[in-house]
Design a protein around this ligand. Structure first.
Ligand SMILES: [Zn+2]
Length: 260
């Protein structure tokens, strides 16, 4: 992204000397001057009584506008996958009403005409783009919030509820093993409303990766990772034999624990 490169060069001192409070001065996505704040994850996931002490970062007007429709589309999707008590009551009470607002009428039509298919007539590819962009936003936001600099690289994620993701079986093995791989190293996230959103994270210095395991509405678990420039998620793929070895080792350990 040209904008990002310019920013890195022109504001090099600002980047290196950025303090925690500066994360609200620059856009977490492109680095332009921030004009507004972005909630991480989006504010619309949080019922009113769960909105204390949100995690926020700076955002420029362009990115705030660009992502607000995405957030609205994804809210419905996220809430149908969450804990029934919190997410679904919020979905029934507020989302439907929210959708009746003028700006959302198009989306409501899509929902009604496709009975239960919240992405309307979008193609599979478009849906995947929405979902990828949505989690990329959250991963980038958390990275920016914790490391006080913009992510220079890409992101990848794995969800226990979304089957749209086009990743290889071997990359799945990588995700399955992540929690275990960094056992003892995880730091608890700053979320104050853990019933809606909770996360833990770790920065792997050697791999230059920010790794996070997020939980939305208690049951929707999303593994998010950053990838250094030039890396693809398949570069982290685990061979089946290694995965099996890990899985068997894990199983015997848990059996042992149960016996004693
Ligand atoms: Zn921006």
């Amino acid at each position: 992204m040209t904008k990002g490169t310019t920013w890195d060069k022109d504001n090099k001192e600002k980047v290196e000397g950025m303090k925690k409070e500066d994360i609200h001065k620059f856009c977490y996505w492109c680095g332009d001057n921030a004009t507004t704040t972005e909630h991480v994850p989006p504010k619309n996931l949080f019922p009113k009584e769960f909105r204390d002490n949100p995690i926020t970062v700076g955002s420029c007007t362009t990115h705030n506008n660009e992502f607000s429709k995405l957030d609205e589309r994804m809210r419905v999707h996220m809430q149908t996958m969450g804990d029934p008590i919190i997410a679904k009551s919020e979905l029934e009470n507020k989302t439907t009403r929210g959708l009746l607002r003028n700006e959302s009428r198009g989306l409501l039509t899509e929902i009604v005409s496709n009975s239960g298919d919240y992405f309307g007539e979008s193609s599979q590819r478009e849906r995947l783009d929405y979902v990828e962009k949505y989690f990329e936003k959250i991963i980038r936001g958390l990275y920016y919030y914790h490391f006080i600099k913009r992510l220079n690289g890409s992101t990848s994620f794995f969800s226990n509820k979304i089957e749209l993701v086009e990743i290889s079986a071997n990359a799945h093995f990588y995700y399955y093993m992540l929690d275990d791989k960094y056992a003892g190293k995880w730091k608890e996230g700053d979320s104050k409303n853990k019933d809606v959103f909770d996360y833990k994270f770790h920065f792997d210095e050697t791999a230059e990766q920010f790794i996070t395991i997020m939980k939305f509405y208690k049951v929707h678990i999303v593994h998010g990772v950053t990838l250094p420039q030039g890396k693809h998620i398949d570069d982290y793929a685990i061979e089946f034999e290694d995965f099996e070895k890990w899985r068997k080792g894990k199983k015997s350990t848990s059996e042992l624990v149960q016996k004693t």
